[in-house]
Design a protein. Structure first.
Lengths: 644, 749
């Protein structure tokens, strides 16, 4: 009989997610972003039965449906039925979401709104205030971008207004004003994201982001707002109808760029002539999952890239990391901006599953060497100056390393390498790329990150020596977390690089470098950010000469909906609950205070909602001297659109 | 003793962690079945509007692709003075290049640093640029980094956007080694290269560029579900059986002369028909390549019941199909699906047709989902004759260098077969592939689990074999020694059992259960003192261990110390108050010690817990009879016989009481005859005792003739068997019957 481990903190007990429910996996997916879930309660209602049909579909294949397959599908239907979870609010959200999707669809042609369609959605006595706030302020007015924000008294949003718009005609009028800048646009994209639901008997209220965008004659227009919608439902089975809409915030961006958006897709122009692009990169991971064995390719698709001048011609080149069975690609930039795949000739067409790579000069001889993090080890290859690479060492301590970083942490004049490890050991969950853990709040059983000290000069035999100094320099403190990423920066301006590590499922780490010796100062500096850390970027966003910190996390609409329900973990303290709510909040911007601490300014800055954020970087995209933010996001987009 | 560590099994959750793990597995499974999870999310772009706020310009930026994006790197790729983007994605296209076309009219400054005394890439160097602006100018800071964001490294060029500033006032570079240099008079919209220690910023000359990059939407090719995969490492297959259309059994396993293509098809599937026709048409080529083909129909196996294997057979006959054919079993189809799911992290239901290419050693070497081109098939077959390295290289669609080829792992197939209730296949597979599996750290515990499963099913031989295998893989596992010892003990191999249990005790001296198991084995082999030592040791470890008290009671009884035995059994019963068997055993001990009243209490307690406890009814009836409480005795014998009428001793005692008890209230001739006949029938009227009893019952029922006949026959049987005393007793009773008098002496104990 295994004894239960002692509970270490209130949070430890919070790992009892979904303990009883058949729909537990869905709860888990929904709330992975929330760290912990209450019972998901008992099942209520009946799960729909799934009729598995045998079809000779299409021309290529017939689909066999055997009892085993049918059983699977039935299980899955259980997993996905929110009512089966006992979360009535999730059922309400789903119903509201369906209506919102209809509403979004009706906004495709703002110049000719279809009154009948809207009538279907509205409850009797519908009213709303102005959807485009009367008073706006210009927040940014620097060509080619103009940003205006609504001036809204949020406390007054729910109150009845004398000049309210009523009925279908009223809504059409309000929408017509709101979408006026898009009237001529033919590619309007409108969307709602519902992130809060407040139920009551006859009606319920939802809070959602509203976004609409489209091209105009002179550029683009984009609106982002938060809407409050009150719904009524007369019958549980009938779709809810909109009784009232209020606007809590509003922002409109107008760009004046002749060619469309600020960024243009030149993928094919740059890569298109290479067979590797056509045959390998133009197919997604899911395509290959059907064709390459799971020993080599993982569902999660964590493959990065390194930019550097590998060929030494002054132009940046790119090294692309690939799943196992695909050669990593060294793409050398040509004068015309296209790339040429020279991987095989350069000796870097590594087939091993590769997560990350670095192009850095490790032996200070003036060319870019290559570090490659594979499933089994870190490979270090030397550049001979002519973009021919040869293997100099391998370090299995850095197996399965996600992000790699290089820095001269000890100031001895050569670059050392730090790698983030996620899972401690490969296990079944690791096999598909997920965390091998049973804890979602403060996990401490992850992989150990490794600092390899560059000792190349000490070896004469051509092999390059790198020594694992993680423990000796103090970096093994709190070093069993699920680390996705790290970045070095001298946050305290004392001349040596400090290290921030973003960890999934728990606290992050800030290690202060004091002359080559590290101290975990995370708690003291206020940058624990206990959430699902996935990326790190440093930049001085406010021009105060201090490096600020942007951490990629997950914003989860489902997580926000659920953790703010009274039903959610009603047994825990408000403080604990807000800790859990925090994990679904999204990305974090920490402002460096200059006194050794940071202040969380994420919400006031408006940069939390990056969704499931991977690389999130400061980048001054419009050259105005202010660091903007780019967030690359999205976890698993599959053929099946019903999201977990 | 331990939880089943089989990875994907979902045992009933006992703890929060278990529940979590179970759900986690469901989640993994759904991912493998192709569910979206935070998918269809658009990349975000936030514009710094100053004053601590950002504006959402995701759509305006054009960066808002639905891609599952991962790595993001910045570089001024086209040297037009702004930052372009390289992005890696999970989805197609797996790389995107985004050119920054922002026509801001703003200025920029790009700086490339090169270390001399510090690291050559100047990673860690901080550049502080002061540009003209309010309050004496703005300070912009940048650091040279290698690796940031997630999985990504951006360009080492430091890129400063300058806004409308047309002058750079000062650039200060603090090199990683602490030295600093300052540069003034830098032009805007320029690129400088700075070498540490030179004190000068040199204008960097752009290499000749002729950029002609047109923007476009990447064209993504239509994706077909048809997929052909050669396995770089041939996979041994689990037992896969089929039957020919005539019902002849066949298997896909084992060695064969030629490689075999197994084609799983259905007669309702058009592509299957086309494929089989193609195989027929090109049968000469296939044969010449040395390939056997076996077409197995899956008609009627799925939910599509519109066709049967006979339809398939007819189709093949019409086609004049030149290869062997037959029908797949549901088991074969399911196991092929399991094999597929273990190979691929995208577990879609297999299509028909599905082809399996099997080599001469019976291993799977390629799997074809959907129709396979004959050319592809021939190429794979030809490649089979090459060496392992060449085969492996050819198995992947692309060329390159392996630095560390992942080991093939068979364990998931073993556990998946087991979890899908293909237990025997799982075990057979594990044993047949033990050399490949031996490297897996889970192998011993999986074998041990299999052993436990077999033990639970009562298959002791299989259990013993598996435990032995588990010990080969992990010789010092006390649990397995214990389990093996127990099974050997149950088989009666006590010496071997004791050997393994002693080893288990040695490895885990503080495990009371192991001591008890060893004690049992010792007791069975007659080593009572030694057995007692281990029981007492178990009691030291766990003073309230029920089994220990119970075993000690057994030992003490055997050693003729009933009083002490009763003390321990009583303690056991107290500790386990709901264990009817314990109360019953206590009653037995008490009645042996003739402590009738406590014995009756104990039996009564056993029956309270378990009202249909036949043994307790019998025991209570026995004690009741013994103490003259015949009415109670009759009740309990009847209760015991209701649950099992074949309890002959109960029937005998009941019959004697009903026939001959000295209490007329109790006697019941008809019932006596009923039970006596039952007992006599069970011994086929050949047992003189039973016939004596039957005669007494007839007499009580007033059936004098039958009583006389039966008694006489009993005397003959007893005499023939040399049972002189018995025949004498019956003769005495015969005299009574002949005088039409029943026999009314209480029955002998």
């Amino acid at each position: 009989m295994a004894a239960l481990p002692a509970l270490q903190s209130p949070f430890q007990s919070l790992l009892t997610w979904c303990e009883s429910s058949l729909a537990g996996a869905r709860c888990l997916a929904m709330l992975l972003v929330v760290a912990v879930l209450p019972g998901c309660y008992g099942r209520q209602g009946n799960a729909p039965s799934v009729e598995a049909t045998a079809v000779a579909s299409g021309d290529d294949l017939g689909t066999m449906s055997t009892p085993m397959v049918a059983a699977r599908m039935a299980e899955q239907a259980d997993d996905l039925n929110p009512l089966a979870d006992g979360w009535e609010t999730e059922a309400l959200s789903e119903a509201a979401n369906r209506q919102l999707a209809v509403l979004a669809g009706l906004l495709k042609h703002p110049g000719q709104l279809d009154a009948d369609g809207f009538a279907e959605l509205l409850a009797e006595g519908f009213s709303c205030g102005k959807l485009c706030p009367e008073e706006t302020l210009q927040a940014f007015g620097d060509e080619p971008l103009l940003v205006v924000r609504g001036v809204i008294d949020v406390t007054a949003v729910g109150e009845p207004s004398a000049d309210a718009h009523r009925g279908v005609a009223g809504l059409l009028a309000a929408l017509s004003v709101l979408l006026e800048p898009l009237h001529a646009s033919t590619d309007v994209h409108a969307k709602f994201k519902l992130f809060n639901v407040d139920p009551s008997a006859e009606s319920f209220t939802t809070r959602q982001f509203f976004s609409a965008s489209g091209r105009t004659a002179t550029g683009m227009v984009e609106q982002n707002a938060t809407w409050l919608i009150r719904w009524v439902r007369h019958l549980r089975t009938a779709p809810p109808k909109i009784a009232w809409i209020g606007v809590e915030d509003f922002e409109q961006v107008t760009s004046r760029t002749s060619g469309g958006p600020l960024f243009a897709d030149v993928t094919e122009a740059v890569l298109g002539a290479n067979a590797a692009y056509r045959e390998q990169l133009s197919y997604g991971t899911d395509y290959w999952l059907e064709r390459i064995q799971r020993d080599f390719i993982k569902v999660t698709g964590h493959h990065g890239l390194a930019v550097g001048d590998a060929s030494g011609d002054g132009l940046d080149d790119v090294y692309i990391c690939q799943p196992g069975g695909f050669p990593n690609l060294l793409l050398v930039q040509q004068p015309d901006g296209t790339v040429r795949d020279v991987s095989a000739a350069a000796g870097v067409d590594i087939l091993d599953l590769t997560y990350a790579a670095l192009l850095v000069d490790l032996d200070n001889d003036g060319d870019q060497d290559l570090a490659v993090a594979t499933g089994a080890q870190l490979l270090i290859l030397a550049n001979d100056g002519n973009a021919k690479f040869s293997l100099r060492t391998r370090a299995s301590a850095l197996r399965e390393a996600f992000s790699l970083t290089a820095v001269d942490y000890d100031g001895d004049g050569d670059l050392d390498i730090y790698g983030c490890r996620y899972n401690l050991n490969t296990g079944p969950a690791g096999d598909i790329g997920l965390a091998q853990t049973a804890t979602y709040y403060g996990a401490e059983n992850g992989g150990n990150n490794i600092l390899l000290q560059n000792d190349i000069s000490l070896t004469a035999d051509g092999a390059w020596r790198f020594i694992d100094v993680t423990a000796e320099v103090g970096l093994d403190e709190n070093n069993r977390r699920f680390s996705f990423a790290a970045a070095w920066e001298d946050y305290d301006n004392d001349g040596d690089p400090d290290l921030y590590v973003a960890n999934d499922l728990g606290r992050n780490n800030l290690y202060r470098n004091d002359g080559g010796r590290f101290f975990d100062v995370t708690a003291d500096t206020g940058v624990e950010d206990l959430a699902f850390g996935m990326s790190v970027s440093w930049g001085d966003y406010n021009h105060d000469g201090l490096m600020d910190l942007y951490v990629g996390n997950m914003f989860s609409a489902a997580g926000n909906r659920i953790t703010f329900q009274e039903q959610f973990r009603s047994e825990i303290s408000g403080q604990d609950k807000s800790g859990i709510q925090y994990t679904a909040r999204g990305n974090t911007l920490f402002e460096n205070q200059g006194d050794g601490t940071f202040r969380d300014v994420s919400v006031e800055a408006g940069v939390t909602v990056g969704r499931w954020s991977w690389s999130s970087l400061f980048a001054d995209i419009n050259n105005d001297g202010w660091e903007d933010l780019l967030v690359a996001n999205g976890f698993l987009t599959r053929d099946s659109t019903d999201d977990l | 003793m331990s939880q089943t560590p089989l990875e994907s099994s979902a045992p009933a959750p006992k703890t929060a962690e278990d529940a979590f793990t179970a759900n986690y597995w469901r989640l993994n499974r759904m991912i493998e079945e192709g569910k979206s999870w935070s998918g269809y999310e658009r990349n975000c772009c936030f514009l710094n509007t100053g004053n601590g706020r950002f504006a959402n310009i995701s759509a305006t930026s054009g960066f808002d692709f639905l891609d599952d994006a991962r790595g993001l790197a910045l570089t001024d790729w086209d040297h037009d003075g702004d930052l372009d983007l390289w992005i890696t994605n999970r989805t197609a296209p797996r790389v995107r290049v985004m050119r920054n076309d922002t026509s801001s009219g703003h200025h920029f400054l790009a700086v490339h640093l090169q270390g001399s005394t510090c690291n050559r890439d100047a990673i860690g160097a901080r550049a502080e640029l002061t540009i003209e602006g309010e309050d004496g100018g703005w300070k912009l800071i940048k650091t040279v980094r290698a690796g940031e964001g997630f999985l990504a490294q951006s360009s080492k060029w430091l890129h400063f956007g300058l806004g409308d500033a047309s002058r750079c006032l000062q650039l200060t570079v603090r090199w990683p080694d602490g030295t600093t240099e300052q540069f003034t008079d830098l032009d805007v919209d320029a690129r400088y290269g700075i070498v540490q220690g030179t004190g000068t910023a040199k204008v960097w000359t752009l290499p000749p560029r002729e950029l002609k990059l047109a923007s476009s939407q990447p064209t993504l090719l239509a994706v077909t579900l048809q997929a052909a995969t050669a396995l770089p490492v041939p996979l041994p297959l689990p037992l896969l059986e089929y039957a020919s259309f005539d019902g002849e059994p066949g298997t896909l396993n084992g060695r064969r002369d030629k490689p075999l293509l197994v084609n799983l098809w259905a007669s309702w599937c058009l592509p299957c028909a086309r494929e089989l026709a193609e195989f027929s048409r090109r049968s000469d080529e296939l044969r010449a390549a040395g390939l056997d083909v076996l077409a197995l129909s899956v008609d009627g196996l799925g939910e599509n019941q519109s066709t049967t294997p006979q339809d398939a057979q007819k189709f093949l006959e019409k086609l004049n199909f030149p290869f062997v054919s037959g029908a797949a079993t549901a088991g074969l189809w399911n196991k092929v699906q399991i094999v597929h799911d273990q190979l691929f992290a995208m577990r879609r239901p297999l299509p028909v047709p599905t082809g399996l290419l099997i080599d001469t050693q019976g291993r799977l070497v390629a799997i074809y989902k959907g129709q396979v081109e004959v050319e592809r098939l021939l190429a794979d077959v030809a490649q089979l004759s090459s060496d392992l390295d060449a085969w492996r290289a050819a198995a992947f669609p692309f060329e390159g260098l392996w630095h560390d080829f992942p080991e093939a792992r068979l364990m998931p197939l073993v556990t998946n077969l087991f979890d899908r209730n293909y237990t025997n296949e799982a075990i057979q597979y594990a044993l047949q592939n033990r050399s490949s599996l031996a490297g897996d750290s889970r192998f011993p515990s999986v074998l041990s689990d299999f052993g436990r499963e077999m033990a639970q099913r009562g298959d002791r031989d299989a259990a013993v074999e598996l435990f032995r295998e588990a010990l080969v893989a992990n010789p010092d596992d006390s649990e397995t020694h214990n389990n093996l010892g127990v099974q050997l003990g149950l088989q009666g191999q006590l010496d071997k059992a004791i050997e393994h249990l002693r080893r288990a005790v040695q490895l885990e001296p503080d495990n009371a259960e192991v001591h008890i198991n060893l004690a049992d084995a010792l007791r069975f082999s007659g080593q009572l003192d030694e057995s007692g030592k281990h029981v007492r040791r178990a009691l030291e470890i766990q003073p309230d261990m029920v089994a220990a008290h119970q075993k000690l009671a057994i030992l003490l009884t055997a050693q003729g110390r009933p009083e002490e035995a009763i003390v321990h059994l009583r303690r056991a019963a107290e500790l386990s108050p709901d264990d009817a068997a314990l109360h019953n055993a206590l009653g037995e001990l008490l009645s042996r010690a003739q402590s009738w009243v406590p014995a009756i209490e104990a039996f009564t307690e056993a029956l309270r817990i378990k009202p249909d406890f036949a043994e307790a009814h019998v025991s209570l009836a026995n004690v009741s009879a013994r103490t003259g409480q015949y009415q109670q005795a009759v009740e309990h014998y009847v209760a015991a016989l209701e649950s099992d009428p074949r309890r002959i001793n109960a029937a005998r005692r009941l019959a004697w009481i009903l026939a001959a008890a000295d209490d007329p209230q109790v006697r019941d001739g008809a019932q006596a005859v009923r039970w006596a006949e039952q007992a006599a029938n069970l011994t086929e009227h050949k047992n003189p005792y039973d016939l004596d009893m039957l005669a007494a019952a007839y007499a009580e029922a007033g059936r004098w003739d039958e009583a006389v006949t039966t008694a006489s026959y009993a005397i003959r049987l007893a005499t023939a068997a040399g049972q002189v005393a018995l025949s004498g007793q019956i003769e005495a009773r015969l005299l009574l019957y002949q005088r039409q008098k029943p026999f009314t002496v209480p029955p002998a104990q």
